[in-house]
Design a protein. Sequence first.
Lengths: 354, 354
Amino acid sequence: MTRPTVNDIAREAGVSLATVDRVLNARPGVRPKTIHAVTEAINRLGYVRDVAAATLARSRSYRMVAFLPDGDGQFVQTLAQALEEAAALAAATRLQLDLRRYPPEDMHVLVGHLAALHPADVAGVALMAPETPVIRDAVRALRARGIALVAIGSDLPNTGRDHFVGIDSHAAGRTAGVLMGRFCRGLSGRVLVIADSMLLRDSIERRRGFDEVLLTDFPALEALPTLETHGTAETLHSVLGNCLDATPGVVGLYLLGAGHRALATFLRDRGLLGRFVVIGHELTPHTRQALRAGHLDAVIAQNPGHLARSALRVLRAKADRQPIDEGQEQLRIEVVIRENLPQEPQESRHSDAA
Amino acid sequence: MTRPTVNDIAREAGVSLATVDRVLNARPGVRPKTIHAVTEAINRLGYVRDVAAATLARSRSYRMVAFLPDGDGQFVQTLAQALEEAAALAAATRLQLDLRRYPPEDMHVLVGHLAALHPADVAGVALMAPETPVIRDAVRALRARGIALVAIGSDLPNTGRDHFVGIDSHAAGRTAGVLMGRFCRGLSGRVLVIADSMLLRDSIERRRGFDEVLLTDFPALEALPTLETHGTAETLHSVLGNCLDATPGVVGLYLLGAGHRALATFLRDRGLLGRFVVIGHELTPHTRQALRAGHLDAVIAQNPGHLARSALRVLRAKADRQPIDEGQEQLRIEVVIRENLPQEPQESRHSDAA
DNA sequence: CGAAATTTGAGGTACGTTCCTCAAATCTTA
DNA sequence: TAAGATTTGAGGAACGTACCTCAAATTTCG
């Protein structure tokens, strides 16, 4: 009737509580035969460890640090907020998150922060950073010290990071390509691709996926070389203006990164709103507004709330050396159009001490 | 340095542990002034209740029951599996799920099951059922007895259900409509709408959303009256065959419910594969395969894993009379195309006693 | 067989909270 | 001011697991 406890296992297996404990926690000094008897009893009774009691007994606490690039990118802002919210909830389960920003222009600051982390203080790190050699080394050193690290938003392969929380940029780019192709059905012409900068791996991979699909599945569309805006509205206006003037037959615009607001202004000024199929990435206040207004046809996104919760769950699992639930941690490449736009995330107010 | 505990609050507020406890758990017999002093101390210290310790002390266990219609619908099968998996994980946090199937042809069986539930045995119920008057009454009675109820997959408004876990069918239908319209860009013609039966609220609402969008945004497309297959491949073949023979200019097919396998066979037999834009609902092995093969252009889906986890989380919250995290429980209307098809959910194997 | 090594048992404390009892202190109100 | 009502304090047991120590039992091996 009631849940079996460790004492029930001991009785069932005909051993003492201490032995059950040794088996359950994989402590040494138990004969294989005894281990077998205990696991048998566990299976027979259908015992499941009560994690509440276990974490309480362990009185373990999880101090995590998250590093996000400083700056005004809306996606990063949204993610930061999602992390704060997820952390507020996770505080009830003894997880403490220290969210820090680093100047994106000087990676050595970040590296310094990472190098200063000590496993006694910090159980795990969530990091959003481009993959440069210095970062790679810093991450490797961190892990060598026994601190878990998950890459968030943008992957850091070849660093031995414990996990990547985010979507596959290449597949996201392919998805954008298919939507562009299908939304432009019957049209032939050119597609402008606009990015902040093509130095980021994500942008490169999105672009690659996008091109692949256009090339193989939508030969009537030609994707032009990427226009780089360097994150400023002025550059976007001038570069895009020049390009449009010089290029006839543009039917679609693909924004690899930010710049939706600047683009909307530009198109409005030129009376071009609604003239192109426009596809972008990430759901932010700007893209949300553009979708609603009809200036943006689809957004390929990853859910920041899921990102944040997944990152914290994975970090905790890694800190506990426990397996992660792959199914739950797999993030979807979301396709957002006006009709399935989720409700504005309202002020989610958590009661204080509940 | 260390997390504040109830004892810290007591010291900080200058009251006893008992009083802190009374305030924390909203027990009676504390003066407003004292309550204020305690909450002040809580805020000052940034106290967060340790849920692990709390649930342990309460030694509460959560016995939940889920009712799904019996039958071979793939979505229901997938959902059942997702519920089992979510329950296996939640077992570690003292939640026990009893997954039951009821014969969809006789609602009285379900009603009987519901009527037999006693709040001493069952804390909450997850129910997937059509909204009929008998069901409505049974649900009302259940809630009157103090058992929490969440509707899963398909809503039960006007029953006072505690929560609905699922997506808005109307919005899902609109989303399908937009994709149909955009994928048929430049074409004018007719769209066939196929359903198992139009008696289900979900089908009706999807259809309504779909029609709305076609009517206002894509006047070149005409949605024809719904063809009902009653869930059998034979009916689908004959009805659809007749309709296609009698109707020129069909450019799209919209499947409100199941029947993807039968449709694929039908189209293959007639040599019509790839001739229409085909849009459907729910990601199942069949739709997944059709997407991959290119016979199906898009699927509007809700994630069964999220459904299951959300249902259990909400039930637990309701059983504890605690607020739910709206942000986390909001389910997305997913748009799935071949390019963003998630990996096949593999055998997720959880180690036994970890 | 005996000594050494290994395995097991018994018992305890701790984790942070809930929930209980009973007495003491404080407030109300006639 | 005194009786009654309300509020507060002190203390303890319980939840299920982790982790510790030391002694006893058992096995291994020379």
